[in-house]
Design a protein around this ligand. Structure first.
Ligand SMILES: [Zn+2]
Length: 248
């Protein structure tokens, strides 16, 4: 995607989030930064040795966009809002690049990128991304994973605007969880600590004791379902992850 489109989207996101003018400028600069200086990511080779690899723009890795979103979120929660907007801008750059279809060998963007530079972004689309966003780690992840390259330049541009608005609003808003969510977490946590864990430990211990008393090793296998049960409490783990989005 060309700088003009990145900057247009940054302006529309800044408007929709009512960012003050100096943060708008940070967002604008960050959203073209990866094209100026690149972005390097830590990788491990087959022997487990770390190395730095340049992040590809044409097919950026979802996990790198997510890592930038997490960095932005942590900075936002800690009150380092300029840093948060900077990291968000870089994440948005890669998210937007991912909306543009690649050329024949996946090496560069095809002609739709040039056509896109002539188009104007619909500001309402960006605003609707912001207005429909949820401050949620799962929403953030869904945004990143839902992005697909698109051949039609106008559709690619609007899609980039929509997802950019949604991602930015999911990261740069709401420092505290809503009351109902916090309440649900407290109930789930109490149930997990007072019911699920003790029951699992009790059943596993009973299976172990029975196995020792009967001198029959196979009985100990009955402990397995009890030990697996805490990990199968999907709602608990989902809420726990949602709370981590609020630093709790
Ligand atoms: Zn790029």
């Amino acid at each position: 995607m060309k700088w003009r489109n990145h900057l247009d989207i940054a302006d529309a996101v800044a408007d929709a989030l009512a960012l003050p003018s100096h943060r708008r400028e940070i967002l604008r600069q960050a959203s073209i930064e990866p094209d100026k200086h690149g972005e390097r990511v830590l990788r491990f080779d087959r022997k487990g040795e770390p190395y730095l690899r340049w992040m590809p723009h044409h097919r950026p890795d979802d996990e790198v966009i997510e890592a930038l979103a997490w960095k932005a979120r942590r900075a936002f929660l800690e009150g380092r809002e300029d840093d948060a907007v900077w990291c968000m801008g870089k994440a948005l750059h890669f998210l937007q690049d991912d909306c543009v279809s690649t050329g024949p060998l996946g090496k560069g963007h095809d002609s739709s990128e040039d056509a896109m530079a002539e188009l104007r972004l619909s500001r309402e689309t960006v605003a609707s991304g912001v207005n429909n966003a949820k401050v949620s780690v799962n929403f953030m992840r869904e945004c990143i994973q839902s992005v697909r390259p698109c051949r039609d330049p106008l559709m690619a541009l609007n899609r980039a605007g929509l997802f950019s608005g949604a991602l930015a609003a999911s990261v740069l808003q709401g420092k505290n969880p809503e009351r109902w969510l916090k309440q649900e977490w407290i109930v789930a946590k109490r149930r997990f600590r007072l019911v699920v864990l003790p029951t699992a430990i009790l059943l596993a211990s009973a299976a172990l004791v029975a196995s020792l008393m009967a001198n029959e090793l196979l009985i100990v296998l009955l402990a397995l379902p009890a030990l697996i049960a805490p990990f199968a409490c999907g709602r608990y783990w989902l809420l726990k992850e949602e709370m981590s989005w609020f630093g709790l």
